[in-house]
Design a protein around this ligand. Sequence first.
Ligand code: TRH
Length: 356
Amino acid sequence: MRWDIFCQIVDNYGDAGICWRLARSLSSLHGQDVRIFCDDLPTLNLLDSGVDHAIMKRVELLPWEASYSNARHPVQAPDVVLEAFGCELPERYLAGLFIAAIKPIIINLEYLSAEPWIMDFHGKPSPQSHGIPKYFFFPGFQDEVGGLLLDPIPLPGELTAQKIPRDLQEVWLKLRPKAKRISIFCYPGAPLQKWLDDLDTMDEEFDILLTHGHSEMLALSTRKQISLPKNLQLLSIPFVSQDEYDWVLSQCDFNIVRGEDSFVRAQLAGKPFIWHIYPQEDRAHEVKLAAFLDLYLESANQELRLAIIAAMTWAMPSTWLSSIDKWSAHSLAWRSQLLEKQQDGGLSARLLRFVA
Ligand code: TRH
């Protein structure tokens, strides 16, 4: 079928990251023809570097305005229109759908949530005055909802250690063999400098991989550096492609991730992680985090539960790092459990079945 995905970039990279990953999955795994209309193509293009161009033929990246340029209407009416994260469709594009011979269906792809209430809304119609059928689609962890965007499923770290991505080879040479590796991808509001200072008091070596823009974030937040770190080595890495970022997550012992897509990728990497959830003023993010931890910690004993809740709420590493080995085992078990529950192909497969 033909899919038109509308991607409005709010801020950060996640809206583009999810749309791109979904488009790749629908085209390369499910043989669909996909067009992405995006209002910030440079961000989208930043993510799609390094992808084999065989699938690029099936995925067309277009500027937002191209969705209602006359040249394209109404000849190629799509079968499915996907509004990512509830972005509004351009009026003229919508008008073009009305005169299409066969009406598409519209899907409102919501943000990923572990909250139970989404089970009551997933797959429900969202009646529109224009009469074209529209449905809510909620990604999530429970069996009854839209599933997780898993593709491509990253291989476990030990299988991919050798092939170091070109853009990371220089940094990888600086890694110390005995040091624990931690990647950092969080929002500016995190107490990152304090967190690293505390980590430096542990008598263990840590190589800290700062993703794109985080060393600047640290420089801004650092009080006058009293002394050079004793055990930490701070290394900056460039913004790499999604698959290369997956590789970094798999090669680290611990990852700090954020938003939605890297949050799922960290779980698939099978390593302990901190999810720096996108902060919302009404503290709704705390409810979302608690809902996820309810699922994530279901099989954890009390000691591990307390350690992980402390870590996820930015307690200093010295208060919970002693549980890291148990957490490592737990995160591998969680990865297997996720893959087991999503063996139906996860979000893209469930989306296809729903549309069918
Ligand atoms: O960038 P984010 O903070 O995006 C967030 C989420 O989309 C959230 O739902 C939304 O409300 C908010 O924006 C506005 O985090 P996220 O979701 O992890 O998206 C980052 C994407 O960037 C992800 O696909 C991974 C990718 N990435 C790379 O491709 N290379 C890199 O080097 C890095 C650090 C990330």
